[in-house]
Design a protein around this ligand. Structure first.
Ligand code: GDP
Ligand code: MG
Length: 211
């Protein structure tokens, strides 16, 4: 017998596509580069949308991140449906020193609130508290409304907290995937269970004495 065909298929590595979304200048590229390289350069190309691939271990399992570092042209340039549909998870970034960037995220929030795509709200530049324009509470409320995680970080100064943000979003994506697989199974079993119940009732009914 040819055993070649009997080999079990290796389970493929989880792939998680993350779109980094937020107004211009909030630190989307700084956060992405921090996560990818652990480094902070200070000046980044503002013009171009960039895609990165990065493999890391999350809870001991390898995960291949695909990160789309978006680049809105203006404060009214909200992410396109293509970007939202492409992404498994959204990293929603604003700067605590830029009220307009928080308004931008609120508008993005209104778009994605109805979808069940996992998200994570990141308030960047918390090394600049003297220039704060958005309170921690406001950020937390936005995240609560979107039913997602929230952290204040500083890409300029931190490595680990920035990585945690990407990890938490990844966990949320994987959990949502498991849940949707589970509910699919439940839907399939649910149909069968109700069929079985009907069948059982039919049977037991026939055993009842007729009056
Ligand atoms: N103080 C401070 N500046 C930051 C931080 N993150 C990014 N920046 C600066 O903010 C500017 C815009 O960052 P960038 O990553 O290009 O923003 P993007 O347009 O959202 O990609 C750059 O000059 C960065 O050096 C941060 O955590 N703290
Ligand atoms: Mg950028």
């Amino acid at each position: 017998m040819n055993t070649k065909h009997m080999k079990r298929k290796k389970s493929s590595m989880s792939e998680v596509k993350v779109a980094v979304i937020g107004a211009s200048g909030v630190g989307k590229t700084a956060l992405s580069v921090r996560f990818l390289t652990r480094r902070y350069i200070g000046e980044y190309d503002h013009q171009s949308e960039t895609r990165y691939k990065h493999e890391v271990l999350i809870d001991n399992d390898p995960v291949l991140y695909e990160i789309l570092d978006t680049c809105p042209k203006s404060i009214d340039d909200l992410p396109s449906p293509e970007v939202i549909n492409w992404a498994d998870g959204l990293l929603l970034v604003y700067s605590i020193t830029d009220r307009g960037s928080f308004g931008f995220l609120k508008k993005v929030g209104a778009i994605v609130a109805d979808s069940d795509i996992p998200a994570y709200v990141v308030a960047n530049k918390n090394d600049m508290v003297h220039l704060r324009e958005v309170s921690v509470e406001e950020g937390a409320i936005l995240a609560r409304n979107l039913e997602c995680g929230f952290s204040e970080v500083a890409a300029a100064e931190q490595v680990a907290p920035v990585a945690v943000v990407f990890q938490e979003l990844c966990r949320a994506v994987l959990a949502a995937r498991r849940k949707s697989k589970h509910s699919l199974l439940e839907r399939m079993l649910g149909t069968r269970t109700s069929n079985l119940r009907l069948y059982a009732r039919g049977k037991s009914d026939s055993c009842l004495p007729k009056d």
